[in-house]
Design a protein around this ligand. Structure first.
Ligand SMILES: [Zn+2]
Length: 106
C-alpha cells in the first residue's frame, strides 16, 4: 500500500469514527474474544466489524489472535497413534478364508 493510500485510509478511518461513533482500537481490543466466540450483541458486532474494515492494525491483530487460538488448540489435541506394521497379505487372506469357512490359500 503506497503512502497516499495509507493517508487516505487513515483519514477515512477518522472521518467515519467521528461521524459514525466508530469504536476506538482500545474498545475493539476489549471485544476481540467475545467477537470470536459470537457473544457480541448485533449492534456491537456491527460496530466492531466496521472498525475492522477501517483499521488495519486491529484487523491484523485479530488475524494473529485467531491463528494463535488455532495453534493452541492443535497443540492441545492428542497426537494420532503411530501407524503399526501392516498385516502381511497372506495372513489377511487366511483370516478372510477362515471366516468364510474355506481352506486358507496355500
Ligand atoms: Zn483499531
Amino acid at each position: 500500500m503506497n503512502v497516499l493510500a495509507r493517508i487516505q485510509r487513515f483519514l477515512t478511518y477518522w472521518v467515519i469514527k467521528v461521524t459514525h461513533g466508530m469504536l476506538t482500537c482500545g474498545e475493539a481490543d476489549r471485544f476481540m474474544v467475545d467477537y470470536l466466540e459470537y457473544r457480541l450483541d448485533p449492534e456491537v458486532r456491527e460496530r466492531f466489524e466496521n472498525h475492522l474494515e477501517n483499521c488495519i492494525c486491529c484487523k491484523d491483530f485479530l488475524a494473529a489472535y485467531r491463528r494463535t487460538v488455532e495453534l493452541a488448540r492443535a497443540c492441545a489435541e492428542p497426537a494420532a497413534p503411530p501407524a503399526g506394521p501392516r498385516m502381511p497379505p497372506a495372513l489377511m487372506e487366511a483370516i478372510i478364508a477362515a471366516r468364510r469357512g474355506a481352506a486358507p490359500p496355500s
